[in-house]
Design a protein around this ligand. Structure first.
Ligand SMILES: Cc1cc2nc3c(=O)[nH]c(=O)nc-3n(C[C@H](O)[C@H](O)[C@H](O)COP(=O)(O)OP(=O)(O)OC[C@H]3O[C@@H](n4cnc5c(N)ncnc54)[C@H](O)[C@@H]3O)c2cc1C
Length: 253
């Protein structure tokens, strides 16, 4: 018997209202949205966000969800792409009380919950840290002790997102380890990594456990390619290396 699966249905657009705005760095802002009717989500999923101009012109883009599921509140974190259509507005102009639309959650592949076990290696390039932060927050929220290492690559200290929260969670020394690598400019007295992620760095991040558990890689398409391949060479089975690429997304109507 041939089973023909129905194509995945996109959920309906829901009205959303920003209720809190947090500046993460000069180019990045976290936006907490209140979305009545939000069905909940799992760590790693994303949503579509749609803006409508006064003349009816609409533009939609994908954004990962940074927060754990908590009622009808969702937090996304947006980095400004210069000359972009949507992200400069979200980072610099959107205000509490404005209206926009979202639909989701989207994605069932790039998801981690504690039931899947560990250890877990999270590898982020720039704003690719956003869905991985949802996984880190989920671990904390449910009091899990599953070992997680977050290896986070950024160009310069001023690009860091979630800096205070990551430092606090790392300092708790409860099995969550955060490793930063700076590729262009390092903070004063920096003693950590100062190069692009390579095979040797990934092997160190895995630690004695080696290629056990799950690996999640998120960032630009070139970043994801540059990390996923060495992870597989180091012994991770392909099906346990999950990737998400933050390429251009969206639709204009
Ligand atoms: C599954 C998924 C999840 C995403 N999650 C996030 C997230 O959590 N946070 C976040 O900030 N972004 C995220 N993005 C990227 C986001 O969807 C938009 O592409 C981004 O905000 C740029 O939109 P824009 O309208 O400002 O730029 P556009 O007007 O679409 O593009 C302007 C120019 O920039 C280029 N460009 C567009 N997007 C990117 C990009 N991401 N990197 C480099 N160049 C780009 C375009 O090719 C074009 O030349 C995600 C993308 C996907 C596919």
């Amino acid at each position: 018997m041939t089973v023909i699966e129905a194509p995945q249905q996109r959920s309906a657009w829901l009205s959303a209202q920003p209720v809190a705005l947090i500046r993460e760095n000069a180019r990045t802002r976290s936006i907490t949205l209140q979305v009545p009717g939000w069905p909940g989500h799992r760590p790693g999923q994303h949503l579509d966000l749609r803006l409508t101009a006064e003349d009816g012109y609409q533009a939609a883009r994908s954004y990962s969800i940074a927060s754990v599921a908590r009622g009808d509140l969702i937090t996304i974190t947006v980095e400004r792409v210069e000359n972009g259509e949507v992200s400069p507005y979200l980072v610099d102009e959107l205000q509490v009380g404005d209206r926009l639309d979202v639909r989701g959650p989207i994605g069932g592949h790039f998801v981690w919950t504690a039931e899947q076990g560990g250890p877990v290696l999270l590898v982020a390039g720039g704003s690719g840290v956003v869905p991985l932060m949802s996984m880190v927050r989920h671990r904390f929220e449910i009091g899990s002790d599953i070992p997680i290492t977050l290896l986070y690559s950024l160009r310069a200290p001023q690009d860091l997102i979630y800096g205070a929260e990551l430092a606090q969670r790392h300092a708790a020394a409860d099995g969550l380890q955060v490793l930063l690598t700076y590729t262009r400019e390092v903070p004063a007295q920096w003693r950590g990594y100062r190069r692009r992620i390579d095979r040797a760095m990934l092997a160190e991040a895995m630690g004695p456990a080696g290629p056990e558990g799950h690996a999640f890689v998120c960032g630009s398409a070139p970043f994801v390619e540059a990390v996923a391949e060495p992870l597989i060479q180091l012994g991770y089975p392909v099906e346990r290396v999950k990737t998400e690429r933050f390429g251009p997304s969206g639709e204009r109507t």
